[in-house]
Ligand binder design. Sequence first.
Ligand code: BGP
Length: 485
Amino acid sequence: MSHFPQNFLWGGAIAASQAEGAWNEGGKGLDTQDLRVFDADWDAAQRRKNRDINMTTERFETALTAQDIEHYPFRWGIDFYHTYKQDLALMQELGLKIFRTSISWARIYPNGDDAQPNEEGIRYYVDLFTECHKRGMKVFATILHYATPVNLITKYGGWKNRQMIDFYLRYCKTLYERLGSLVDYWLPFNEINCSRFNPWNGCCLIKDQEENYDQAIFQCTHHQLVANALAVKLCHEMIPGSMVGGMIARFTSYPATCDPDDVMSGILDENYKNYFYTDVMARGYYPAYSRRMFRELGVTVQMEPGDEEILRENTVDFLSFSYYMSMISTNNKDYEVTSGNLLSGKKNPYLQTSEWGWQIDPKGLRISLNEMYDRYQLPLFIAENGIGANDQPDADGAIHDSYRIDYLRAHIEQMGEAIEDGVNLLGYTMWGIIDIISCGTIEMNKRYGVIYVDRNEAGHGSNQRLKKDSFAWYQHCITTNGAEI
Ligand code: BGP
């Protein structure tokens, strides 16, 4: 028996920079993801050390002129730019109702400040989204999924400069004008809370150039929150009835024990890592607890006259989030630390972890859905969920990813429970529906897809697509609307 409404949007998600490749084709300019370096020969320790949560001047300047593409995986991705028709045919075979991807800002405005948009870039997304609809899929479009035109950093200083709001809104206006009839759900920013946990991806900061990193992070965040609100306003004006959302990376956290100190630590983690961002986007104002957060960080956010009205009058139509794992909250240093999406945290003794150390917690998804719906009474959308694993084809080329089926089944079960709890859940776009470059670790071997891509961490391989065992499983899940998983 299915808990899911008949119009539930079963889908899959990717991001332009992690999939398209064609980094300098079709008129595209250089963007921040093209500058992230990776070496397939790095061992585990070097991979951990070199994860560029913080970009450096030296690495930035080296990458600006680098012509080798092997060590810049986002420059080749899985060549989705050229293979999207075959890939969407596979997604149609899966039975997807909706496809989430991001639009590459540097394909539309190669330098971010160009007088005119790049027509070839617009045409690519018109073709891509038209192909989605032809194959029975709605489109969930992320306007900015980290990849910002580099010229906006070198010439204007990136998101620290309030002028970025104008450049971003001009980009939004072009998208609404030229793609408005092809997009069903708009998302201005992917994981707008990422700026705190990966300041390069989130807000293009180069750590060694910042005297007060936290100050820069939260000023950039303010500019993005204002931009998010103005993107909502503009979309509603240009496309009446449009659905424009907000998104965070959901860092669900539990108190390690019933010790009141742990409980308070849990409240602060939930507020500071999650709710600060969704409160501003969904309630329309900076929450009272943010004053203490900023005081303790030594941050003073510079607001301009009118900012508070912009935030209050332009809240989002739905909230979405990525959900992979959960953490625990405590000030007790004795807890073992484990990895997670965008951050590390303390290990929960009741949970298993993925190969990359992320704690697998399906019930945490039900908890997150209940808490967010109860807080805002807004429709919710799970924009990302999945398990990264080093899938290997066996002798006959099959990929038996039973661990992925187990992970997805457990999380979809909990989605059904949340809907039974009364949560209005619009849809679910499984992350990395096809293998793509990992955003956090830049590894091709951290695979999420139900579709395997024959490409190694140096970008070599046939680039052929293979259906994993999870392909047929997800296909049946969709066919039965979540009843038979
Ligand atoms: C989220 C990003 C995605 C994706 C996902 C999985 O934070 O929005 O782009 O990368 O994390 O993380 P990773 O690719 O690092 O395994």
